[in-house]
Design a binder for this molecule. Sequence first.
Ligand SMILES: Cc1cc2nc3c(=O)[nH]c(=O)nc-3n(C[C@H](O)[C@H](O)[C@H](O)COP(=O)(O)O)c2cc1C
Length: 216
Amino acid sequence: MNVIAFNGSPRKEKWNTVTLLDHALAGAVSAGADTRLVHLYDLNFSGCISCFSCKKISRKEDGVCAVQDDLTPVLDLVRNADALIVGTPVYYGAESAATRALIERLCFPYNRYAKDRKSLFPRRINTALIYTMNVSNDILLEWGYDRHFSITRGALEKCFGPCELLLCTDTLQYGDYDKYESEMFDRDAKFRRHAEVFPQDCRRAFELGARVAASR
Ligand SMILES: Cc1cc2nc3c(=O)[nH]c(=O)nc-3n(C[C@H](O)[C@H](O)[C@H](O)COP(=O)(O)O)c2cc1C
């Protein structure tokens, strides 16, 4: 069982998204999986360039993105993956730019423009999306973030298989709120929540990882 996780935060150490991904992968390991964490911001790659090579009638192989960049070997690994976990901070109500680019390159080659719209990915595998964000659960619903999350979740489900969603809200954004503009935040409440609720989010991530890695 090979589980690949993608960190869509530029912050690679100790921050929200990567910490949840570390816990999810620890959960996957506890279920017997081999795991790999890909930091998207270490890679130089673009989103889909709409070349439609993956839709050519004369294409030699299905499900292959023709763009050659740092994401190419990672997409090759995905072909043999048994589960995928994508973690991202919310930027302007959606995934980070690198995560968005990943989703385009990951999914589009497997999307058929055929009547049955069946995925070209050869198996059904478990997937998961982990979002971390500044806003509270109430505000994410009020601002309609959940509609966007459902669209991305639907894209992964259509291409690969069932997709679990983990939402981590009201995250701690700075280690030292005195050093950065932060008037709009209640910093004490932020630290309290980080101490009390974030460990529960980490536990939920661990359990998600174990479920995603469980053989189907
Ligand atoms: C460019 C940028 C845009 C952001 N936009 C939002 C947003 O629209 N909604 C939100 O709730 N948080 C937003 N945030 C906050 C992050 O989503 C949040 O702090 C997240 O947990 C950071 O993840 P990390 O600690 O893994 O980097 C934004 C942060 C940045 C840097």
